[in-house]
Write a protein that binds this ligand. Structure first.
Ligand code: SAM
Length: 309
């Protein structure tokens, strides 16, 4: 049963500005969860969608999408988010189980419920950074469900456009121990200087053996696919103009910046993973997804440095 007791109606909540995009991804994860060929399951996602006024009537089950997979928003775009969720779930679990990190930082966490739904090894701490309105909404909804995290969880409310290098150490993050960072669906909303600051901060707070995954959009995507069916359907069906929310200034080369600092990086298209999993979006003409890249980066262990516990 879906909890509707936590709708925000005061105009300062999750759906204001860029926060509404967290609801969009939650709706996509709800849809993915109910597919028979689902790549990721998130039982919390539909509760977030139903609890916010802005999204209360969005579909959370494929049977509620009349044209099903043919719908550019709730079909192909939602499948994209489902694939992204699975790939980044796998990345995080690999980083803690094989890489040995015990500190997980979700930057622009939105309504990501990984702290609650993934099987974390003992001793993991999940830090969740987002705007305070988004984290407050998340707290209310999860509290209403009596959800229990499967790792220690530390919400860190803040605006990533401000100086935040001290925020994590202040709440118990240890820069001397390996960490794994996830920046999923965030960077294209930030001004380029905030993206560069974010990458430099991750670099500064990461011990050797740390890992980072992030998503970028190539500049040509932001500028060239304005009338892509994905953007048009999102605007027409739920009133979200993604291009209006994106920061359209020229993007920095964040993968190159990390490589210059000695990190090893690999850059993939989402379609690489569609082929790997046999499910998900494939390229099509005038495609808003064509410029999306998923970057995976690792900071080498320094000579003589300890491997993660
Ligand atoms: C598309 S959502 C992605 C959320 C989550 N990573 C996921 O994939 O489900 C983007 C998130 O970035 C957050 N965000 C955007 N700009 C931000 C800023 N300046 N400071 C903090 N959070 C921000 C939004 O509040 C939103 O939750």
């Amino acid at each position: 049963m879906v909890d509707t007791a936590h709708r925000n109606t005061d105009g300062t909540g999750v759906a204001d500005g860029v926060g509404v995009t967290a609801l969009l991804v939650a709706a996509a994860r709800a849809l993915e969860s109910h597919r028979s060929d689902s790549l990721a399951r998130d039982v919390y996602a539909e509760h977030f969608v139903r609890a916010a006024e802005a999204s209360a009537d969005w579909p959370v089950h494929p049977s509620q999408v009349p044209d099903g997979d043919a719908n550019p928003l709730w079909g192909r775009f939602a499948r994209y988010f489902g694939l992204r969720t699975r790939v980044l779930d796998d990345f995080l679990l690999r980083s803690v189980r094989v890489g040995g990190a015990r500190q997980v930082v979700l930057v622009g966490a939105g309504l990501d419920a990984r702290a609650f739904r993934l099987d974390w090894p003992p001793g993991c701490v999940v830090f969740e950074i987002d705007r305070k309105e988004v984290l407050a909404f998340k707290h209310r909804v999860l509290g209403g469900l009596s959800a229990t995290p499967r790792a220690a969880r530390v919400p860190v409310p803040m605006d990533l456009r401000a100086d935040w290098v001290d925020a994590l150490p202040r709440v118990g993050f240890d820069p001397a121990a390996p960490s794994v960072w996830l920046v999923e669906g965030l960077l294209f909303y930030l001004p380029p200087a905030a993206e560069t600051y974010l990458i430099d901060t991750v670099e500064r707070l990461s011990a050797g053996g740390s890992a980072l995954a992030f998503e970028v959009k190539l500049e040509k995507d932001l500028l060239e696919y304005r009338d892509s069916p994905l953007y048009t359907a999102t605007r027409e069906q739920i009133g979200i103009d993604l291009l209006d929310l994106f920061d359209l200034a020229p993007r920095p080369d964040s993968a190159g910046r990390l490589t210059d600092r000695g990190w090893s990086t690999s850059v993939h298209t989402p379609f690489d993973f569609t082929r790997l999993h046999g499910r998900g979006p494939l390229p099509e003409p005038n495609d808003a997804l064509a410029g999306n890249r998923w970057v995976f980066a690792e900071k080498p262990h320094t000579a003589g440095g300890a491997r993660g516990a």
